[in-house]
Design a binder for this molecule. Structure first.
Ligand SMILES: [Zn+2]
Length: 304
């Protein structure tokens, strides 16, 4: 027997939820909403309302993956699924459909694209009390790549205000090839970033045990030793005192905080490093600090 998977996609406040309530709430279907998955992903990553952009991408990516897993499991149980999604980009839909078709036999996949006219859209926005301009709406709407049959949909509809129209554009297999290439590049990029992050963490962790150069920024003494040895000898140095890459004193046991770059900067009205106001010695210290811990890992015999 066939199961049906229905996507309802569209921009913010384009009427997705109401449409689903009106047309699918009495059907024998499981309703899933990407918004719930996004909130869960933000929460899991430890973010509230303010999320750094790079992290947001990862959270959205994770939310999409978790939602996909649930779609597949529900279809495999023989139930119909209705999904409220954004899925603006053909490549995201292609990745979804590709995975679903591989995991579930005999599934009919259809999509409804919310395309409200601007005046109707504005009434949705006002009803929700959102602070959106008509220009922002338009640019949001233009971000949606209208689904093409080549993406793997059995049926495609556009929903314009209260009207549902079937719209099957001419197949365009090229978008699939492009999407698959982009998706592969994206996976490679994410893996690379993840590896770099792991390597960086391993490097920072290794600084607790390995010997490295300790430079006194005041008297110029340099000692190649471990963090523990430096700490025992009275040095103020990361990782025991301060953090790598951030401005704080780097001093031996004989020197004073008042002679450090950190101290000088703290005396300014704005405690920011202004490179052109630094002496040559201070600039060297600053550059070394900014490039920590790598700058402390030159060969033991290398006297720079
Ligand atoms: Zn010193």
């Amino acid at each position: 027997m066939n199961t049906t998977l229905t996507f309802v996609i569209g921009a913010t406040a384009s009427g997705k939820t109401t449409f689903i309530q009106n047309y699918f709430s009495n059907e024998n279907a499981v309703l899933l909403n990407v918004y719930d998955y996004q909130q869960a992903a933000y929460k899991e990553a430890g973010f509230g309302a303010h999320i750094p952009f790079a992290q947001e991408f990862k959270c959205l990516y994770k939310a999409n993956e978790n939602l996909l897993t649930d779609i597949i499991e529900t279809l495999q149980q023989g139930k119909n699924v209705v999904v409220e999604q954004t899925l603006f980009k053909a490549k995201r839909r292609i990745a979804y459909i590709d995975t679903i078709r591989k995991s579930v036999k005999n599934v009919v996949i259809e999509v409804y694209v919310m395309c409200p006219t601007i005046p109707v859209w504005e009434t949705y926005i006002n009803k929700r009390g959102l602070d959106y301009s008509a220009e922002r709406l338009k640019s949001n709407a233009e971000e949606i790549e209208f689904p093409n049959p080549s993406e793997g949909f059995d049926k495609i509809y556009e929903v314009i205000d209260n009207e549902i129209r079937e719209r099957m554009d001419a197949p365009n297999p090229e978008i699939v090839a492009t999407a698959l290439k982009e998706l592969q590049e994206e996976t490679e990029r994410l893996n690379k970033e993840e590896n770099e992050k792991k390597q960086r963490l391993a490097l920072i962790e290794s600084m607790n045990h390995r010997p490295f150069w300790h430079y006194c920024e005041c008297c110029g003494t340099k000692v190649y030793c471990t963090a523990q040895e430096a700490f025992d000898a009275g040095w103020d140095y990361p990782p025991r005192v301060g953090s790598f890459g951030l401005l704080s004193p780097r001093t031996c046991d004989k020197c004073n905080i008042t002679d450090t770059l950190f101290w000088k900067v703290q005396q300014q009205s704005l405690p920011l490093v202004i490179e052109k106001s630094l002496t040559e010695k201070e600039l060297k210290t600053w550059q070394r600090i900014r490039n920590e811990p790598e700058s402390l890992l030159t060969d033991k015999n290398n006297l720079d």
